[in-house]
Write a protein that binds this ligand. Structure first.
Ligand code: ATP
Ligand code: MG
Length: 308
């Protein structure tokens, strides 16, 4: 378990993190979302002992980052958003070094390195010095550090930025595996599909504050009344508008051409009923479509970053 207790972090006069209080449960995948500059990386750095919080405490498995940093370092592994490597080392040497300092026995370390590099298809590439590697390959090596270490608390900061589609799927699969083995995972990402697919719960940061925490589906449910049903009819029937708005959950109805557009809550449950209401009045439905709020809508709503 990870506990953030009123965590603040300032850089000179800029507060990057402002009073974050939240808990990440054991064996949970916790997605950390927020616009660029929201404070995701800074918050992660305070828990990984890289930055010292200006105020407040972070507890990792009950150990306080400020008073027991060495204990916390043994528990945590972090794949940085922007990895900086010693240019003369090869990718394989980076992984060997990381495995060594995190206390993985040599034979196990070599086996895990071989397995991880093979999964990423990087066995040959990993013999090259890191400065010759492409952006995506460097990112894979940064993630591979954590798959070699297999820490109790695994932190990934934008793990799939720059990655091609098959590699993203591979990283997701490997993160799931880590969690199945018992790791707790914190995953900072700007990709809503990644957060939605991977996270048990997400925390949304905005301007240094944690503005919402919850399971993705529950947060989508907080945008009540944002469902839209579109019924394409043979022809527009304005007389239907009075009928459909009698349903309490429907708060707006209009025709766009021959498409009847209903804004409502509980759209999924009400779809069959709305179809019945329309057909009972002689409407001939040619197709039906339901749109529910996405995690992107949730993100835009709670961070106030909607572009207009
Ligand atoms: N080392 C630093 N020195 C000064 N300011 C910093 C430093 N690191 C971060 N900041 C500032 O703190 C704020 C939060 O940055 P942070 O990197 O935590 O955001 P983020 O949510 O991770 O953004 P991104 O999505 O771009 O990765 C920003 O205003 C940033 O400029
Ligand atoms: Mg960041």
């Amino acid at each position: 378990m990870i506990e953030f207790r009123d965590v603040w972090k300032s850089f000179k006069n800029v507060y990057a993190v402002r009073g974050v209080t939240c808990t990440v449960q054991d064996k949970e995948i916790f997605g950390l979302l927020g616009p660029n500059g929201a404070g995701k990386t800074t918050l992660i750095m305070t828990m990984a002992t890289v930055y010292r919080a200006t105020k407040g405490d972070v507890l990792v498995e009950g150990h306080n980052v400020n008073t027991e940093p060495e204990r916390v370092k043994e528990l945590i592994g972090i794949a940085f958003q922007d990895a900086k490597y010693d240019r003369i080392l090869t990718a394989r040497e980076i992984l060997q070094w990381h495995g060594k300092v995190t206390g993985i026995d040599k034979s196990l370390r070599e086996k895990r390195i071989d397995d991880t590099l093979a999964k990423f298809g990087l066995t040959t590439e990993a013999r090259k010095r890191t400065w010759t590697l492409s952006g995506g390959t460097k990112k894979k090596i940064e993630n591979a550090k954590i798959f070699v270490q297999r820490p109790k608390v695994a932190v990934f900061d934008e793990p799939t930025a720059y990655l091609d589609v098959p590699s993203r799927l591979m990283v997701w699969e490997m993160i799931d595996e880590l969690r199945d083995e018992g790791s707790t995972v914190v995953l900072a990402t700007n990709m809503m599909d990644e957060a939605d697919r991977m996270s048990d719960r997400v925390g949304i940061m905005s301007k240094g504050e944690m503005v919402q925490v919850g399971p993705p589906d529950k947060l989508k449910g907080t945008l009540r009344g944002r469902d839209v049903i579109e019924l394409k009819l043979k022809e527009p029937m304005p007389e239907l508008l009075g009928e459909v708005t009698k349903v309490e959950e429907v708060h707006d109805a209009r025709f766009e051409g021959d498409v009847l557009k209903l804004e409502l809550s509980n759209g999924r449950e009400l779809l069959p009923h709305m179809i019945n209401v329309v057909t009972a009045k002689g409407g001939q439905i040619q197709s039906a479509n339901l749109k529910e709020p996405s995690l992107e809508d949730v993100f835009l709503h709670y961070t106030g970053t909607k572009l207009t």
